[in-house]
Design a protein around this ligand. Structure first.
Ligand SMILES: Nc1nc2c(ncn2[C@@H]2O[C@H](COP(=O)(O)OP(=O)(O)OP(=O)(O)O)[C@@H](O)[C@H]2O)c(=O)[nH]1
Ligand SMILES: [Mg+2]
Length: 230
């Protein structure tokens, strides 16, 4: 669907990531081999995150209403690129791999490429997240006839044309699953490429495991029972 990279829009949600965001932005600037724009969607950080971002060549959107999915959706809506890369601002994803994530999507003629952390040689992902992710991914694969290894990866390259064909509504962590559900329903091709998992150096995770788990399963089931759930 997307055969050429014209512009890459890197969309990054942040909530109190002052100790991490500069390295994330700097690595994108250093590594990304295509024309790009960086869009930061900040959820009302009370640390120095916004000050750091303002000193860089990034577009800054502020949305104080809480929500990972809401932030990403907003950022993606304003993205000008024909390729969107979504990635966290907490430094846990390896941005040195950004080109291979994009290239894999193009080469495989896919609409989405997930960077999977499941083959990380250091096995750095926490036990709870690892097991939760495995269970969710197994159920997702069963319901949607996919063969993915890391459905909860927030590091993805996405075709802008494909993204525009879908309405998204999940405001929080379930957004990542909603995207996979709706791409599967539209028969958009999803591929994966291995990356590593890096532990958070600064700040706390915002993930609320129980709440997110319920929302993720609800999203998967809704998609399964309503063939074209909007
Ligand atoms: N704008 C915005 N960003 C958010 C919000 N919640 C989380 N984020 C950001 O979204 C990214 C993912 O959140 P994390 O807290 O790392 O959640 P996670 O990756 O599931 O958890 P870990 O595995 O512990 O890293 C980070 O860059 C956060 O700063 C929010 O409500 N608004
Ligand atoms: Mg994280």
């Amino acid at each position: 669907m997307t055969s050429k990279v014209e512009l890459v829009s890197v969309v990054i949600p942040t909530l109190n990531e002052a100790g991490n965001i500069l390295e994330v932005i700097n690595t994108v600037e250093k590594e990304l081999r295509y024309p790009y724009e960086i869009i930061i969607v900040d959820g009302g950080s009370t640390d120095n995150t916004r000050k750091i971002v303002k000193n860089k060549k990034c577009k800054l959107i502020i949305e104080t209403k809480r929500g990972y999915g809401l932030a990403l959706r907003l950022g993606m809506k304003t993205a000008k690129g024909n390729i969107i890369v979504m990635v966290d601002g907490d430094g846990t994803y390896e941005l040195k791999h950004v080109n291979i994530v994009i290239n894999r999507m193009i080469k495989k003629d896919a609409e989405l490429c997930l960077a999977t952390r499941m083959y990380d040689p250091n096995k750095a992902m926490g036990m709870m997240n690892f097991v939760g992710n495995k269970v969710i991914t197994f159920c997702f694969n069963m319901l949607y006839k996919q063969n993915l290894s890391d459905s909860q990866s927030g590091y993805r390259a996405i075709s802008r044309i494909a993204f525009n064909k879908i309405k998204f509504k999940e405001d929080d962590m379930a957004f990542a699953t909603e995207m996979l559900v709706k791409f599967s329903q539209k028969k958009f091709k999803i591929v994966e490429i291995p990356t590593i998992y890096k532990e958070r150096k600064y700040g706390k995770p915002k993930l609320r495991r129980f709440k997110s788990g319920i929302e993720i399963f609800t999203t998967m089931l809704k998609g399964f029972t309503e063939k074209h759930y909007e």
